[in-house]
Structure formats: structure tokens, C-alpha cells
Design a protein around this ligand. Structure first.
Ligand code: 4NP
Length: 181
């Protein structure tokens, strides 16, 4: 059983979409039993809220039914999950900063698996954009996740993932692990 957590900032746009797409692929590939999948945000803005209506609309148009309530990343998640896939480099930096030293959870950008990214490895934040930006995010995530599960089926793991160093002593300009809103 591999436990996977998708992480973005608010947990209402990108990471729930990634979770839903990943679950959809697992069903299609009959791999559901091998995984536990969830998503969370580094910020606490949308705890308990449903995904953004534009995320739900894109998923519905793809015949993907999905229910989710927003949650913030917790320290315990670093012990519960085997892998966290961050949507962008800021999410990743925040995860690296708070990852406990004795956690063996691996951290990676989800777009590491997007062969069409050409160096731009962030999944763009669509929150202040329009519906078309959510469709772009869907297409990016579907590409990454298909590749990721292809690697998994061929190699039995997510190829090329290494556990990053702990950066617990680094401070961040945007501390998103506080209870401030
Ligand atoms: P997400 O998008 O990180 O993909 O869920 C955002 C959602 C909410 C906010 C920012 C990004 N916000 O500032 O409230």
C-alpha cells in the first residue's frame, strides 16, 4: 500500500483536482487497492470547504465525481504518507521546511513527471484566473499523473524520487503553517 498526498496552497483548486484525477486513473487501471490518496493545502484558508466550483466543473465535464473537504498539511502527515506531490516550488519549499527529520516521506513536484514541462515545473495557480486556467491545470495534471502511474506500473515505484534534505531551520518569507488567515 502506497500512501500519496497531493499538496497545493489552498487545497481547493489544484491538489483536490490532482487527487480526483489520480483516483480516476487508479480505477481505470484497477490499481485502487494499492494506494491511499488524499490532498491538503499548506495554508489554512479553506479548511472544511468544498473544492472551488471551477475545479468541480472541470472534473464533472470529464465524468469524474469527487467529494472533498479542504484540510491543511499537518506534521503527522509526514509520518502517515509515503510521498507528497507538491503543485509548485513554493509548496515544495514549505513542505521541505517543516518536514520532521525522522520522517521518511518523499517530497517531489508533481510536474517532475511532465515530459512537456520543458523546465517550467510549477502547476500554475488558477485561483485568480478563469475557467480556461482550470482546464489548463487539468490537462497538466492528467499528463503528469498518467506518466507517474505508467512509471509505477513499469518499475514498481515512482522513478527518480529521492528523499530531500530536511530544511527545518530555514525560515520562509511566506509562513503558511501558522493559524493566521
Ligand atoms: P490552490 O489555489 O492552492 O490550487 O487550492 C488557491 C486557492 C486559494 C487561494 C490561493 C490559491 N487563496 O488565496 O485563497
Amino acid at each position: 500500500m502506497l500512501k500519496v498526498l497531493f499538496v497545493c496552497l489552498g487545497n481547493i483548486c489544484r491538489s483536490p483536482m490532482a487527487e480526483a484525477i489520480f483516483l480516476d486513473y487508479l480505477k481505470k487501471l484497477k490499481l485502487t487497492n494499492g494506494f491511499e490518496v488524499a490532498s491538503a493545502g499548506t495554508a489554512n484558508y479553506h479548511i472544511g470547504k468544498e473544492p472551488d466550483r471551477r475545479t468541480l466543473k472541470v472534473l464533472k465535464n470529464k465524468q469524474i465525481n469527487f467529494y472533498h473537504k479542504g484540510q491543511q498539511v499537518q506534521l503527522q502527515h509526514f509520518y502517515e504518507y509515503d510521498i507528497m506531490f507538491a503543485m509548485d516550488s513554493e509548496n515544495l519549499a514549505n513542505l521541505e521546511r517543516i518536514k520532521p527529520e525522522d520522517s521518511s516521506c518523499k517530497l517531489a513536484l508533481v510536474r517532475k513527471f511532465d515530459e512537456f514541462a520543458f523546465g517550467g515545473l510549477d502547476v500554475p495557480d488558477p485561483y485568480y484566473g478563469g475557467e480556461k486556467d482550470f482546464i489548463i491545470v487539468y490537462n497538466i495534471l492528467a499528463t503528469c499523473i498518467e506518466k507517474l502511474l505508467d512509471d509505477y506500473q513499469n518499475h514498481g515505484n515512482f522513478a527518480g524520487l529521492e528523499s530531500p534534505k530536511n530544511h527545518a531551520n530555514n525560515s520562509s518569507e511566506h509562513d503558511q503553517f501558522t493559524n493566521e488567515t
